[in-house]
Design a protein around this ligand. Structure first.
Ligand code: GDP
Length: 397
């Protein structure tokens, strides 16, 4: 069996097990390292070759894949990560860091349940860190923190080990202050970031290493090692002994919610229909057997397949031929011609796609970004996607 076939099997097996799924976004102020992090996570999880990571060429060196001329959509990717002996499917939605793309961050936050907030260790939090964090909390999306570019603290600012740790602590305090100011209830309910608990990681996306307190306890790698290896330029030692993808994805699996848990909390925030209706109950429970409820968060064009609608399936199961209605349009059935899921940066067709996943489908003629789509002709639509700019301006997208 080729490597690709094996991967397809692993992905399709995991998509039926919501407790093994994490839907996440990476959010950051521009230049803080979101792209570098995303690429190196994909490479670390074996979804793209390490040589190509960082070049944004989400292609596999596998000859079979090259020959097939796959069209890829780099804005949605997935990876399989093993944590505590079990495999997890991690779906990652791209969120442009530039402020002009605020609307895209909004859409992405609707599709995911957790966010990795990336902050440059030298620059600290910036205005867009605030914007994206606010957007995540508004959508009920749980954050963890990655403090990136730790190498710069040592090599550019020439801090000593103590000062390095103090500065890292200050970044955590600042992000916590933001979370508390934005939503004190969430902060008190355990969303406060805490390095000791493992909801913060530190590292260098560029040099492919990261540490977290739980990982340091397990591996024996210490802040002293981090400081000394940065100081002597031995990034390879850190990348080998404290690999970025392992530390980051362990944090994602352990601390960000699976779709079943997340939907219980998120549905009341993003959907204001009656929770006792069949669709309400089904969404609250992420039930694959209930009526389908899909929120479209992106529409792209694929030269082979035509218009592809991507979105979060909160309830039900989608199959080729499923007839769906797009709320707010003429009540005519849209028949799905393809139902897909992401594997790496590639869209693969599947027979049946259950609730809790990010779906990529064709045939939804009437849908636009923001559409609520269901097998029922008339359900309450999801909350409209709103982008909250700093400090108070609100723009509907
Ligand atoms: P984005 O705008 O958030 O996607 O940021 P990029 O991933 O494009 O990174 C912005 C710049 O920071 C690039 O020049 C990267 O090479 C650099 N960079 C990213 N991560 C690190 C890091 O850990 N250390 C250092 N020194 N540079 C980094």
């Amino acid at each position: 069996m080729t490597r690709r076939k094996k991967m397809v099997e692993r992905v399709t097996e995991l998509m039926d097990k919501p407790e093994r799924i994490r839907n996440i976004g990476i959010v950051a102020h521009i230049d803080h390292g979101k792209t570098t992090l995303s690429d190196n996570l994909l490479a670390g999880a074996g979804m793209i070759s390490e040589e190509l990571a960082g070049k944004q060429l989400f292609m596999d060196s596998d000859e079979e894949e090259q020959a097939r001329g796959i069209t890829i959509d780099a804005s949605n990717v997935s990876m399989v990560h093993t944590y505590a002996g079990q495999e997890y499917l991690i779906n990652m939605i791209d969120t442009p860091g530039h402020v002009d793309f605020g609307g895209d961050v909004t859409r992405a936050m609707r599709a995911v349940d957790g966010a990795v907030v990336v902050v440059d260790a030298v620059e600290g939090t910036m205005p867009q860190t605030e914007t994206v964090l606010r957007q995540a909390l508004k959508e009920g999306v749980r954050p963890v923190l990655f403090i990136n570019k730790v190498d710069r603290l040592v090599n550019e600012l020439k801090v000593d080990q103590q000062e390095m740790q103090i500065r890292l602590g200050k970044v955590i305090d600042k992000v916590n202050k933001l979370i508390k100011g934005m939503n004190e209830k969430m902060y008190n309910d355990g969303w406060k970031l805490d390095a000791a608990k493992g909801t913060v990681a530190f590292g260098s996306a560029l040099y492919n290493w990261a540490v977290s307190v739980p990982f340091m306890q397990k591996s024996g790698v210490s802040f002293k090692d981090v400081f000394e290896k940065c100081n002597s330029g031995d990034m390879k030692w850190l990348a080998k002994n404290s690999p970025l993808s392992e530390v980051l994805l362990d944090m994602v699996v352990k601390h960000l919610p699976n779709p079943t848990d997340a939907q219980k909390r998120r549905i009341p925030i993003i959907w204001h229909g009656d929770k006792e209706t069949p669709e309400g109950l089904s969404m609250m429970n992420c039930d694959p057997n209930g009526p389908a409820a899909l929120m479209v968060t992106d529409i792209s064009f694929d030269p082979h397949a035509g218009e592809v609608a991507t979105g979060r399936l909160f309830s039900g199961t989608l199959r080729r031929g499923t007839e769906l209605y797009v709320m707010g349009t003429a009540k005519r059935a849209n028949r799905l011609s393809q139902v897909g899921i992401f594997m790496g940066a590639e869209r693969i067709e599947v027979e049946a796609l259950p609730a809790g996943n990010i779906a990529a489908v064709t045939g939804l003629k009437d849908a636009i970004v923001g559409s609520t789509v269901s097998t029922m002709m008339d359900i309450t639509p999801f909350e409209a996607l709103k982008h909250y700019s700093e400090p108070v301006m609100t723009v509907a997208v």
